[in-house]
Design a protein around this ligand. Structure first.
Ligand SMILES: [Fe+2]
Ligand SMILES: [Fe+2]
Length: 405
C-alpha cells in the first residue's frame, strides 16, 4: 500500500487519513484509483484542478485526501494546509441556481461570515443533493482568485465517511469580467436615471416657461380690454368645473384650463377706440370687434403643442352659437368644438356677472337663470344642464375670485 501511495503521489507527500487509517480495503482501492486518474489529468496539463475532500458524517473539519498541485501553486501553501488555507482565505461563495419560472439564474452570494455560520448546513445540503456546484472567491496573497467548484459527493456508510470528488477551475478572469460588467451596468443605470430626471426637469422647466409666456400674452389682452385679469381667472375655473362635469380626463381638462384664457387674444388687433368705447357699438364697430376671433386664431395658428391647438380653436369658435346664429363661421350644434361650447357658456356667464363700461354687474342667480334661458339657442343644452348641476361650485368660484374684468 505504501508503495502504491508513493507511486500515486510521486515526490509529493500523502497528507490524508484514509489510506493509512482503519478503513475498508475497497474504499482505499477506490480512492487510490481516483487519485491515479486525477494525477493523470494533471499530467496532461489540463486546466482542471482535481481534489478529493473527506469528512465524517457526524461533522467536524473537512480534510483533503488529495489536492492538485496547481491549487497549492495558486494559493501558495502545501497540501497539509489545504483545508485550513481554503477556509482562511475564502471571501465569498456564489451559487448559481437556475430558476424555471421565469427561466433565470438566481445568484446566491454568501460572505465569509455567512459561510462560517452555514458550513454544516451547506455540507448536509451537498450530501443530500449528491454534489456541489459553486464559485468561491479567495484571497491569494492579496490577489483575488475565483475558483469554480464542481463536485460529486459519495457517502460511504460502512466506513462512516463522506468523500467529495471535485474539480476546480480558475475562473478569475471570467468573474472579474462579470464584476466589471455589474459595475458598468450599475454605473449605466445611474447615468440613465440621472439623464431621465434631467430631461424631466428640463421639460418641466420648458412647460413652465411655455405657460408663463402664454399667461403674459393673455394678461396683455386683459389690460388692452381694460381689465386686470380676474375675468380669465374665473373663466378658467368655471370651464374646468364644467369640463370635469362633462367627463373630460384630468389631462384634457388641464389643457382646457390653460387654453381658455387665450380666447380673446385677437382683441390685441382691435383699436382702443372701439375696444374701450363706453357706449353701445355701431354695426360697423361690432363687425370690427367680430374679427377678433379670426385674428386670435391666426395669432395662435401653427402651434405645435396641443395647448396652442386647443387655444386656437377656442379663439376662433367661442362666439359660435348652438342654433348656428353665432360668428365667425355660423357653426351649429356639435360642429362647434366641445372646448369652445364649454368656453362660450362660462364666458357669457362671467360677462353677465361682471361690470362693463356699458352695463352693471348682474346678480349671480339672475345670470344663472339667463344661462338656462339660452339653453338650445346660444348654448349646448347638455352643457347647460351640467352647468346647473355645478351651480354650487360656480358660486364658490364667483365668491372667491374678486369681481372685475
Ligand atoms: Fe371673445
Ligand atoms: Fe371673455
Amino acid at each position: 500500500m505504501t508503495e502504491n501511495i508513493s507511486s500515486s503521489f510521486g515526490k509529493r507527500k500523502y497528507t490524508g487519513r484514509i489510506l493509512s487509517g482503519p478503513y475498508s480495503a475497497e474504499l482505499k482501492k477506490n480512492l487510490l484509483s481516483s487519485i491515479a486518474h486525477f494525477k493523470a489529468l494533471e499530467g496532461v496539463g489540463s486546466p482542471i484542478i482535481p481534489y478529493i475532500a473527506a469528512w465524517l458524517p457526524e461533522g467536524g473539519h473537512i480534510w483533503y485526501e488529495y489536492a492538485g498541485a496547481k491549487l497549492q501553486e495558486l494559493l501558495g501553501f502545501n497540501s497539509t494546509g489545504v483545508a485550513g488555507a481554503l477556509r482562511d482565505n475564502i471571501i465569498t461563495r456564489c451559487l448559481y441556481r437556475v430558476q424555471d419560472q421565469p427561466p433565470t439564474i438566481d445568484k446566491i452570494i454568501l460572505d465569509k461570515a455567512q459561510i462560517e455560520r452555514l458550513r454544516d448546513a451547506m455540507r448536509s445540503m451537498a450530501e443530500r443533493g449528491g454534489g456541489v456546484d459553486a464559485v468561491y472567491k479567495f484571497d491569494a496573497n492579496g490577489r483575488p482568485l475565483w475558483l469554480k467548484d464542481l463536485a460529486r459527493i459519495e457517502m460511504h456508510d460502512r466506513d462512516r465517511i463522506v468523500l467529495s470528488y471535485g474539480t476546480l477551475i480558475d475562473v478569475t478572469k471570467e468573474m472579474q469580467l462579470e464584476e466589471t460588467l455589474v459595475e458598468v451596468q450599475s454605473e449605466l443605470k445611474f447615468h440613465k436615471e440621472n439623464l431621465e430626471s434631467l430631461v424631466e426637469e428640463r421639460s418641466r422647466e420648458l412647460k413652465k416657461a411655455h405657460l408663463d409666456v402664454l399667461a403674459r400674452l393673455t394678461q396683455a389682452t386683459a389690460f388692452r380690454d381694460g381689465g386686470t385679469g380676474s375675468h380669465i381667472k374665473r373663466l378658467s375655473q368655471y370651464c374646468a368645473v364644467l369640463g370635469s362635469s362633462y367627463g373630460l380626463s384630468k389631462n384634457a381638462n388641464n389643457v382646457l384650463f390653460h387654453a381658455v384664457p387665450m380666447h380673446d387674444v385677437g382683441k390685441l388687433g382691435i383699436a382702443d377706440s372701439i375696444l374701450q368705447k363706453p357706449g353701445p357699438l355701431s354695426l360697423e364697430e361690432f363687425d370690427i370687434i367680430k374679427t377678433h376671433c379670426q385674428v386670435g386664431s391666426d395669432l395662435l395658428s401653427e402651434g405645435q403643442s396641443t395647448l396652442l391647438q386647443v387655444a386656437q380653436s377656442i379663439a376662433l369658435n367661442h362666439h359660435e352659437k348652438w342654433d348656428g346664429s353665432g360668428y365667425p363661421q355660423g357653426l351649429a350644434n356639435r360642429q362647434i368644438p366641445l372646448a369652445s361650447r364649454i368656453t362660450s357658456i362660462c364666458d357669457v356667464f362671467d360677462a353677465l356677472t361682471s361690470e362693463r363700461p356699458y352695463k352693471k354687474a348682474w346678480h349671480f342667480d339672475d345670470a344663472v337663470e339667463e344661462v338656462g334661458r339660452m339653453r338650445e339657442t346660444y348654448f349646448d343644452p347638455n352643457l347647460v344642464d351640467l352647468f346647473m348641476k355645478e351651480v354650487p361650485q360656480m358660486r364658490t368660484i364667483y365668491q372667491r375670485v374678486p369681481l372685475g374684468q
